[in-house]
Design a protein around this ligand. Sequence first.
Ligand code: C2O
Ligand code: CU
Length: 436
Amino acid sequence: SMNMGTAGNMTMDHAHMPSGRATPIASLQAPQTAAHIRHFRLTARAVKLNIGGKMIEAWTYNGTAPGPTLRVRQGDSVEVKLTNTLPEGVTIHWHGVAVPNIADGVAGVTQNAVKQGETYTYRFIANDPGTYWYHSHQQSNEQVKRGLFGMLIVDPKQPSQHDDVDAGLVFHDWGQARNDHPTVIKARPGDWVRLRLLNTDNDQHQATLIGAPFTISALDGHNLNGPQSLHEVLLPIGSGQRYDLRFRMPAQGAVRLVETGKTGEISSGLSALIGDGAAPNALSTPHPAQFDFTDYGQPRSNAITSNAHFDNENTMTLGSYPGFFNGSFGSVYTINGKAFPDIPPIVVKEGQLVKIRIVNETSTTHPIHLHGHTFAVLTHNGKPLTGSPVYLDTINLHDGDSYEIGFRANNPGLWMDHCHNLSHAAQGMDMMVVYP
Ligand code: C2O
Ligand code: CU
């Protein structure tokens, strides 16, 4: 749980709707707009799933895990009715989407958890194209693990690229049960293939593609500018992050997506076979490089850069100490020396350009996720980015990393900013970004 039960203001002023890019649906019904309204129904329910021959009791949206992929077009109004049949309360958080605060799905902050037999309706406009996902934000360390997640894809209004094959692949650890059969994806020679990779787990997954060169077309749903072709480069996919890979099917043979260890050895875990025929079983490079987004693609001038004038500057120092949290002894994960709910919030005013310097002083990885906003990565370990601008909603800090990120405060509300290793989040590493 995010343990937010007592911290949030449960009686939020509904009249104070956000005025940022995520417009409440009411204003869409003005006669001059002709946007589509897309209705979805998601029912949280328990089912038995067969994972690699083992039956597990999963908690799902609509009986599958991942839940149904919701696919809409940029500009669509999205309305999702969530009904809960589970014995515990659930919500839906739209990870990476700049929704109005009331639709953010954080139990105890923007809504109460939806109890058994209850229904809650989420409404937002899908303004930004890309690969997103949704998951419960009540007891999330338990509920995401048990299966309460799915993908949300927003297709661009004006597509600039054509994909013949478009497939989502989710890294999700079911514990003891594992599927050793690769996911098979149909593709013909010459087809353009887009793979949307999502990591729902607490720990990083490392993966690469063998059998064809590829580009990273988007990170966290946001296109990269002029991405170069990569060959067997290892992709460090942090918890909550999405990587869109794009490649062309070779004239013959199949392509394989594999998980790898640190040095490129193929490990068990998610694997996918794309196309027919033989696919390589190992990497051809002995010491594969690690993907580094700070030096990838072509620079572009319209980004928020480290030279911009910031109205509001903050630091988040990530730490940990052994101690008691919620009555049990273990690691307490801290921001600026304190654990949730004692971490002072970052206070921003609408319109400000905000900078946050995040420093990892622990020896573990922390994927830090900001709700309701997309941020530009400004620097890594003091060095400005040299390639494409990079916009993310979740940034993966390894041991000793420091990053500066910048964003425009354009979506008023109470927003969580937390580690997406949800077990760290359950042990203190959560704070708020608030608009007064
Ligand atoms: Cu994907 Cu606050 O979560
Ligand atoms: Cu963490």
